[in-house]
Design a protein around this ligand. Structure first.
Ligand code: MF3
Ligand code: CO
Length: 249
């Protein structure tokens, strides 16, 4: 069941997502060769605590950390560890908070120092696929308009979209209906309505779309070892079109 949100609820989701955006912007400044992903997790927790919010992922289905940090061929749900970041890595940072009864959720993939052209292009195309998909988040459009836009943007650059993980509605729960696949057909699927909040999150692989889960039960990696990028925004469908809630401004 898709839950529509009133203006006052969108305001709360905005506040929650603002904290997520602040965390990701601080982490972006901190990321550099020599740092461990565990240190990034600690920095994120410190900010959330200061804001009086709760990390959304910690304890979710037993996930033990606040941040997901996915390096290179890791697609999503990488667990913070003593792994030291190296020049040329790319790192996906996925973060969520719970604040005043509402969840916020967003992700970025960023370079560690200087990265090669291939990695830079993968990140750029993946972010572009999110940006184009967000433009489709309008009252009266269909869910498939979002999905197809991600897929077309990624595949026309020679990349593939992950099938096994999807975006989602978000609100008083971290994951609500609808599920938002990153592939599909224009004009298909449920009709989009004002009051929906959607966490749109393309996961794009430089190689094939197949993924596997490591024995830790969480870390998702590309089956062929290729690089992967992930971007996510929580977006409200308003009378004035899509509003990106998880953006600093
Ligand atoms: N952004 C991811 C999602 O929406 C993060 C979930 S990680 C988990 O599913 F640990 F909370 F599962
Ligand atoms: Co999400």
């Amino acid at each position: 069941m898709v839950i529509l949100k009133h203006a006052d609820e969108i305001e709360k989701a905005r506040a929650s997502n603002r904290i997520v955006a602040e965390v990701l912007s601080v982490l972006r400044e901190k990321v550099k060769p020599g740092l461990t992903t565990r240190e990034l997790d600690k920095i994120a927790e410190g900010i959330v605590e200061k804001r009086g919010a709760k990390p959304a992922f910690k304890g979710y289905r037993g996930y033990p950390f606040s941040l997901c940090a996915s390096v290179n061929d890791e697609v999503v749900h990488g667990m913070p560890s003593n792994r030291v970041l190296t020049e040329g890595d790319i790192i996906g940072l996925d973060f969520g908070v719970y604040y005043q009864g509402f969840y916020g959720d967003s992700a970025v993939t960023i370079p560690v120092g200087k990265v090669d052209d291939q990695a830079a292009r993968l990140m750029q195309v993946t972010e572009q696929s999110l940006c184009m998909a967000i433009k489709q988040a309008c009252h009266g459009n269909r869910l498939g308009d979002i999905s197809a836009t991600v897929q077309e943007t990624a595949e026309s650059s020679g990349y593939s979209v992950v099938r096994d993980f999807v975006g989602h509605g978000i609100g008083k729960s971290l994951h609500e209906d609808p599920q938002i696949p990153n592939f599909g057909k224009k004009g298909r699927g449920i009709e989009l309505k004002r009051g929906m909040i959607l966490a749109i999150e393309p996961m794009v692989n430089a190689g094939k779309y197949k993924v596997k889960i490591l024995p830790d039960g969480w870390t998702v990696i590309t089956a062929d070892g290729s690089l992967s990028a992930h971007f996510e925004h929580s977006v409200a469908i308003t009378d004035n079109g899509p509003e990106i809630l998880s953006k600093l401004n």
